[in-house]
Design a binder for this molecule. Sequence first.
Ligand code: SER
Length: 316
Amino acid sequence: MDHILIIGAAGQIGSELTVALREVYGAENVFATDVKHPSRDIAEGGPFQLLDATDSRQLIYFAMRHGITQIYHLAAVLSGNAERIPFQAWDINMNSLLNVLDLAKEVPEIRKVFWPSSIAVFGATTPKKNTPQFTVMEPTTVYGISKLAGERWMQYYHRRYHVDVRSIRYPGLISYKTEPGGGTTDYAVEIFHDAVRKGKYECFLDGNTALPMMFMPDAIQATLRLMEADASQIKVRAGYNVGGVSFTPRQLAEDIRRHMPDFEISFRPDFRQAIADSWPQSIDDSMARTQWGCSYSYTRGDIVRIMLEEIGKRTG
Ligand code: SER
C-alpha cells in the first residue's frame, strides 16, 4: 500500500495534484503538507499537516510516522519572487530538496521521488525555438540556478544511491484553482482574473514575448503518467522537457477578445521581461513522448474558454 507525502500541497501544482493523487491512491493514503494553510478541499479532503521541509528532523519524523513510500516535493519560491529574496529562495529551494533526497536514500521504503523542474533551467545561450532536451544551460535567475542544481542533485542521487527520482521541466502552468504565485509566466493566469474582474489587463511582459505554457490538467496527467511509468522507461533522471502550447500575451489577448470583445490589454514590461527573454519560446519534448507517453489535450482556445468560464463562475 502506497503512502504519499506531498510537500507544498497549498501551492499552484500541489492544490490540484493532491486532489488527483487522492483519487488514485485513496484520500487517507495521501498526506498533504505545506508551511501555509491550504484551501478547504485540500485541508478537509484527506490528511493535512503543517510541515517545513527545510527542517530535516520534522521531515524524517513525518515520513517514518506515516510509512511514506512516495514523495512529491513541490514547494519552491518561483522566479519573480526569488529575484526579490535570492539567498532565502536558494536556501528554501535547495535545502528542502536535499533533505528529501537524503531521506529517500536512507529509507528504502521510499520508492519514488517527484520534484518539479522548470524551463527556467535554460538561459540566454540556449536555442530558443524547439529547445532540445540536452543543450546549453546557463540560467540567469536564482530560481533557474536552483532548478538546474536540483536536477544535477537528482541525477547524482540516482546514479550514486539508486534513488528513483523523476522530474518534469514544466513550462508556464495555467490554472483557475489557485491565484498566481510570483512566477514570470503568471501573466497568463493574471490576465484571466483581470479580464473577468476589470475587463482590462496591464501585462508585465511585452506583447510579443512567446513562452511555452501548459494547462494544469495536462500537467497533472503528465506527472501521474511519469510517476506510473516503469523505472526502465525513465532514461532521464534530471528533468524531462515537456512542451504544451506556445503563445505571446498579444495572441492570448486576441483569443480573450473573441469571448469579451471589449477586453483591453496594455503592456508595461518590468524586471520579469529579462527573465522571459532568457527562456525558451517552444520546447522539443520528443523524449518525454517516446519514453513514457507524455501527451496533451488542451489547445490555446480550450484554455481561454475554460479559464474565462471557471473564473467567471468563481467571481460570480
Ligand atoms: N512558472 C514558473 C515561473 O514563472 C517557471 O517554472 O517562475
